[in-house]
Design a protein around this ligand. Structure first.
Ligand code: NAP
Length: 481
């Protein structure tokens, strides 16, 4: 059992329209380190989504009619409760997802940052008055909530991915029906508990753990009372939702997969580049959408960089030890994908410099591969595991072409001291985010999101609110006398 200061945060019932409701069918939530079942959570059916959407549809206009200040006050109270309970929330998160406790705590505070940001932003959803095209006309633009939102989130950030959606949606005056990943429902239910304690009116939020992702996704797409879907997950599921949502021309925000290049030029600070590479590649055991997937190193510093990287990677603590830095992978399927990528690369000529093997349980040894080429699966597919794959390059033109040679366009990273090159690379990389001399880029202050097949829309910053508002133009004729 988890030793929580507030055991009531370990909620296992579904949160439907403000009530905690138990369902007969249960989802076994397993700890990825021990493999043991840590909780059994109510498994919602598509009919629960219909019920939650009905309740949200009734509650949404009332929520939208509050003043921005009243919605901001709720978000601020919710933020404070999340921060006050950060230790318990981190324990719950680590128990269901496996990431190290320190990383889990950072995630809780990172997610809380979005709640605080949108508490402030709620008051700044301004309209516009336009200079009219005729002297007897007055033109206004209103920004109004889109209505009921369906949110679907993945397991890799069980707290932050849902916080990043709920905070701007609630700030804008939307009601939300959320479906967390089946592997990690506990963190989102705990967030729902704290939202209720912060005074969120009944009906405005529902959280539906479910193993019927397809059924709930279809209901979100087909129910006309739900006006918008915000999804974070794989590009494949993003494509399914986009196709299904076409029937009702439903609004979509999609935060999808990535294939981030990490580029090290010969004038870079190599120690800083190695440190940034470790942070970007191995955080969350490589299971983040902005994780480095392809490391490009310029010829003349290739060997020096690789030696430093291998030394640093060998020091990472992993395996079933209390203070592991690199946690387990989420599932057998995730391990199989990583193993297949190593086997494919090695069969096509890559050199295995360290790691490459499965450890006990669901842990995988942090791995460095060199002599990578564009023919290997890792050059086009997200590994989502602790594999550092190093490619050589000679010229800036060559590395820009290789970095952009992917259907994805989420994050990218560049290490160089040349200011002219920094500008050229920022402009040339076809990715929604560029880290320059840093491997950590995510913050609530900035617009997070991708281009190409990495998605639509942005989360965070003042731009994040745009995904939850409609523009309405009003044209008013007056007597100018
Ligand atoms: P996933 O398989 O796409 O699952 C994500 C969510 O979608 C889960 O809640 C899942 O439910 C649900 N789902 C699955 N099939 C569905 C369907 N047919 N209709 C509706 N919902 C469906 O992704 P994942 O493997 O869990 O997550 C990893 C992926 O997410 C990676 O590609 C990663 O890059 C991406 N990601 C992107 C961002 C970003 O901000 N761009 C952030 C984090 C992760 P179940 O859990 O029940 O299957």
């Amino acid at each position: 059992m988890l030793q929580l200061q507030d055991p009531s945060l370990l909620e296992t019932r579904a949160f439907i329209g403000g009530a905690w409701i138990a369902r007969d069918t249960q989802i076994d939530v397993r700890n990825p380190v021990s493999g043991r079942v840590i909780a059994q959570v109510s498994d919602c059916a598509a009919a629960d989504a219909t019920l939650a959407i009905d309740l949200a549809y009734a509650a949404q206009p009332v929520w939208a009619a509050l003043t921005a200040g009243e919605r901001a006050d709720f978000l601020r109270r919710w933020h404070d409760l999340v921060v006050q309970n950060a230790d318990d929330l981190a324990l719950i998160l680590t128990a269901e997802m496996g990431k190290p406790l320190a990383e889990a705590r950072s995630e809780i505070l990172y997610g809380a940052g979005y709640i605080a940001w949108y508490a402030e932003e709620a008051r700044r959803i301004y309209g516009e008055i336009l200079p009219p095209h005729r002297s007897d006309m007055r033109l206004l633009v209103l920004r109004q909530p889109v209505g009921v939102v369906g949110a679907i989130t993945p397991w890799n950030f069980p707290n932050a991915m849902i916080a990043r959606k709920l905070a701007p949606a609630l700030a804008a005056g939307c009601a939300v029906v959320a479906k967390p990943a089946a592997e990690t429902p506990l963190s989102s239910l705990a967030l729902g508990m704290l939202a209720m304690r912060a005074g969120l009116p009944a009906g405005v939020l529902s959280i539906l753990p479910s193993t019927d992702a397809q059924g709930i996704g279809q209901e979100f797409c087909q129910n006309p009372k739900l006006r918008k879907i915000s999804f974070t997950g794989s590009t494949n599921v993003g494509r399914i939702l986009m196709a299904q949502a076409a029937g009702q021309i439903k609004k979509l925000s999609l935060e999808l997969g990535g294939n981030a290049p990490f580029i090290v030029f010969d004038d870079a600070d190599l120690d800083a580049a190695v440190q940034g590479c470790i942070q970007s590649k191995f955080r969350n055991a490589g299971q983040t959408c902005v994780c480095t997937n392809r490391i490009y190193v310029q010829d003349s510093i290739h060997d020096a960089f690789v030696n430093k990287l291998v030394t640093a990677v060998k020091k990472l603590r992993t395996g079933d030890v209390p203070d592991y830095e690199i946690g387990p992978l989420i599932s057998e399927a995730a391990i199989a994908k990583v193993q297949a990528h190593v086997a494919d690369a090695c069969a096509k000529g890559a050199q295995l410099r360290c790691g490459g093997t499965r450890l006990e349980g669901q842990f995988f040894a942090p791995t460095v591969l060199t002599e990578m080429t564009g023919l290997m699966d890792m050059s086009s597919q997200e590994s989502f595991g602790p594999l550092a794959a190093v490619f050589r390059f000679s010229t800036e033109k060559e590395v820009v072409a290789a970095s952009n040679d992917t259907e994805f366009g989420l994050a990218s990273y560049v290490y160089t001291k040349d200011m002219n090159r920094i500008w050229r690379m920022m402009e040339a990389l076809e990715h929604g985010m560029v880290g320059v001399n840093t491997g950590l880029i995510s913050t609530e202050v900035a617009p997070f999101g991708g281009i190409k097949q990495s998605g639509l829309g942005r989360e965070g910053s003042r731009h994040g609110i745009e995904d939850y508002v409609d523009l309405k133009y009003a044209c008013m004729r007056i007597d100018p006398q």
